[in-house]
Design a protein around this ligand. Structure first.
Ligand SMILES: [Zn+2]
Length: 133
């Protein structure tokens, strides 16, 4: 249950990162849109604006628009990555089953469907026997 809660917080974090990243990119478009929409070459105008436009929400710090784009991209990418990780961890492992080693006859718990594993007790490579508990 504790593990699940951690995955849930990763999930929330990933959504948060995606939202902040998107907001950063939207802010960039919103800041440059008046100049881009009237420019002949929107793409190069946009690239030029990234280095010349500054944001003034942090006093005394020169925060160029390009930083916002890089930050937004990084957040979006790590947000999507964290989201994929959290979803995989929640849904992929499936059922937890008990295995018994055919050599030392000790049991251990693991996630389902393992054909060939190293026994955690005697370190032998074994075909574990699935048991009910
Ligand atoms: Zn063993």
């Amino acid at each position: 249950m504790r593990i699940f809660r951690r995955q849930k917080s990763v999930y929330v974090l990933s959504l948060f990162l995606c939202l902040v990243g998107l907001a950063a990119l939207l802010t960039t478009v919103w800041k440059t849109w008046p100049q881009i929409s009237s420019a002949k070459d929107p793409f190069s105008t946009f690239l030029a604006l990234l280095w010349t436009e500054k944001l003034d929400f942090i006093p005394n710090i020169e925060f160029k628009l390009v930083y916002l784009v890089v930050l937004g991209d990084a957040m979006l990418i790590s947000g999507v990555g964290a989201y994929i990780l959290s979803v995989q961890r929640v849904y992929l492992p499936g059922k937890i089953v008990w295995y018994r080693c055919p050599f030392c006859h000790k049991d251990w718990r693991s996630t389902g469907d393992k054909a060939l594993v190293h026994c955690p007790h005697c370190r032998q490579l074994v075909h574990p026997i699935m048991i009910e508990k």
